[in-house]
Structures are given as structure tokens and as C-alpha cells.
Ligand binder design. Structure first.
Ligand SMILES: [Zn+2]
Length: 180
């Protein structure tokens, strides 16, 4: 983890916070932990805490990686399947976020989002269900890990909302913040 990052508490519960400036492109975090298959992850008690790193590959991240929260306007992005870099300059005191949807393609898990940023999508879904303009925003900025881009064969149009799989987990919007 970047030396200017600590685990702290903010409006979304526990999260990762910058204690000093972090420049765009600097390595922020590497997710480390046991790897699981999709079958081992789906419907397991730890499903909500995992990070998908391949079509059939998940990591159950150890601290501090388990504490990074979601935002619909993130300040980090994937530079590889298991690591995040700053997507812009980050000021001391800012909380670090990534967009969970940029590492999701499983047709299983969604969650209401309460990140509170302007333009919050309201729901965390698989990347392929994001609106085309949101997909393009992330793809154009290299914020989507290669495995997901390859797996999808590029961006897809969003389907009607009624086709989205919805599964309530009972966890608050910031799933890792709920992991105490
Ligand atoms: Zn949101």
C-alpha cells in the first residue's frame, strides 16, 4: 500500500484515507488474499467482500484492501487485475475509492449505492449493465482491468432495468465498510 494511506473512519464507516499527496498514476493498493473460483464465491458468506480479478477468479482481500469503499466518482482505477493506481492527484485527507462495477462481470451481485456523489448511479452492478456513456468514460481512461475488457469483448449496450438481476444482501452500500 502507498505510504500515504491509512485505514480510517469516515462517513461510510471504515475506509482508506490519504495522509499525504498521491500523484495520478501512483500505485495505491495491491489486493492480496486467497484466490477463489466463481463457484466458491457465489452465494458464499464472503461473496460481498470479494474482488473479481478474472472471469473465474476472485480474491478475498486481506486488510487493508478489504476496507476500500466504492464511489460512482472514484479516484483510483485498476492498472492490473489486482492493483489500483490513483486516477487523478489525491489530496491529503481524501478518502480513496474505486468503482466496484469496474471489476464486476458475474451476473449475480448488485447493491444499492449510497455513495452520495453527484450523478451517483444508485446501484452497483456488473460493468456491462452500466449506461454506454459511463462504460465509455471508464474504457477511454483505462480504468477497466484488461481481463474484463477482453471478457466482454468491449462495451455493450445497457439492457432495460427490468432485466437486471437484483439480489439484496442486507449490507449497506459500502460493503467493505460493513466488514468489521
Ligand atoms: Zn454511487
Amino acid at each position: 500500500m502507498h505510504p500515504h494511506i491509512v485505514v480510517g473512519t469516515g462517513p461510510h464507516g471504515r475506509g482508506l484515507f490519504a495522509t499525504g499527496p498521491i500523484s495520478a498514476g501512483e500505485l495505491v493498493l495491491v489486493f492480496v488474499g486467497p484466490h477463489l473460483t466463481r463457484a466458491e464465491t457465489i452465494d458464499s458468506p464472503i461473496e460481498a467482500y470479494t474482488v473479481q480479478v478474472g472471469p473465474d477468479d476472485y480474491i478475498n482481500p486481506a486488510p487493508p484492501g478489504c476496507f476500500i469503499n466504492h464511489s460512482c466518482q472514484p479516484n483510483t482505477r485498476f492498472s492490473a487485475s489486482d492493483r489500483l493506481v490513483a486516477s487523478r492527484d489525491i489530496r491529503p485527507g481524501e478518502e480513496l475509492f474505486f468503482d466496484y462495477s469496474t471489476s464486476m462481470d458475474e451476473d449475480h451481485w448488485t447493491l444499492l449505492c449510497e455513495c452520495g456523489v453527484p450523478g451517483c448511479r444508485g446501484r452497483i452492478t456488473d460493468f456491462k449493465w452500466l449506461a454506454p456513456d459511463v462504460q465509455q468514460h471508464y474504457l477511454a481512461r483505462g480504468m477497466v482491468p484488461t481481463w474484463l475488457v477482453v471478457h466482454l469483448g468491449g462495451a455493450r449496450p445497457a439492457p432495460p432495468v427490468t432485466k437486471r438481476h437484483h439480489r439484496q444482501t442486507g449490507l449497506p452500500a459500502h460493503r467493505r465498510a460493513a466488514r468489521v
